[in-house]
Design a protein around this ligand. Structure first.
Ligand code: CDP
Length: 244
């Protein structure tokens, strides 16, 4: 892969790593990787690697934090110290706390939390290797792990990052593209059944036309990724599907 070069597209319109304009990096999903957890998953998205473990629903402690109407999802996104070029301080930073907050809220839109009042569902996601797009990689893993834990869900959370680099709209930005002078990074997560957007962040300017165009690309990618998530869950629970 070409690194540290200030170009983003070749003459044929291919990206610096050979991808097409709206081509995602390869995605691999695994469910049930941590025996101790109630549910777990592992996701590779290009170079990104995330492992998620879910514990619960279990008693909320401290008790005064319990919600008598529904379960509370506590989401812990963390980057391993060795996952990035400069050692990441293991102490949770502001970025990890922010990502944990918005990702937990996104998952809470998908899970049927009313079924488990007064409980906590703890979702731990660790990034083992990072190259841009880790909050979405983490969210895919968390969503699969929740389903693996048997938590009823109205939909899976699916997501991608879209945006702009080198003057063109693109999907699934790599770190090189995120660092472009004109980069716009727009991570987005959806419930693909209803098209409900459950996470959206944006760190640069887009015109309304560009925004609408790239949102459509993201919507399509989310549906494709959701199909992959369903496939891996069906495989995991194939005996429960009665061959369906
Ligand atoms: O990973 P994501 O795109 O969701 O979040 P970001 O804050 O936009 O970070 C983009 C990328 O910067 C990460 O995926 C890592 O590759 C890199 N990064 C890093 O090298 N060191 C950090 N402490 C944080 C992020």
């Amino acid at each position: 892969m070409v690194k540290n070069e200030e170009w983003y597209f070749d003459q044929k319109g291919k990206r610096f790593d050979g991808r097409g304009q709206f081509e995602q990096r390869p995605i691999n999903l695994k469910v049930g990787v941590i025996d101790r957890a109630d549910g777990s998953a592992y996701v590779e998205w290009g170079q990104n690697k995330a492992v998620a473990a879910v514990y619960g629903p279990r008693e909320m402690l401290p008790k005064h934090m319990a919600n008598p109407n529904k379960a509370t999802i506590r989401y812990f996104y963390r980057m391993a110290p060795f996952s990035v070029p400069d050692r990441k301080n293991p102490k949770p930073g502001r970025r990890e706390i922010e990502i944990s907050k918005v990702s937990g809220e996104a998952l809470s839109r998908a899970a049927e939390l009313e079924q488990f009042p007064n409980t906590a569902i703890d979702v731990f996601v660790t990034i083992l290797d990072a190259n841009a797009g880790t909050r979405i990689t983490a969210l895919l893993a968390a969503s699969l792990a929740l389903a693996d834990a048997g938590i009823p869900m109205k939909d899976l959370v699916s997501g991608t990052s879209v945006g702009k680099a080198g003057g063109k709209l693109i999907s699934d930005l790599s770190k090189h593209e995120e660092d472009a002078p004109d980069a716009v990074d727009l991570p987005i997560a959806m419930l693909p059944n209803s098209d409900e957007v459950v996470l959206m962040q944006m760190d640069g300017p887009l015109t309304e036309k560009e925004f609408n165009e790239i949102l459509e690309v993201a919507r399509k990618s989310c549906k494709e990724i959701k199909d992959m998530q369903v496939k891996v869950l069906k495989e995991r629970f194939k005996d429960d599907f009665n061959g369906d």
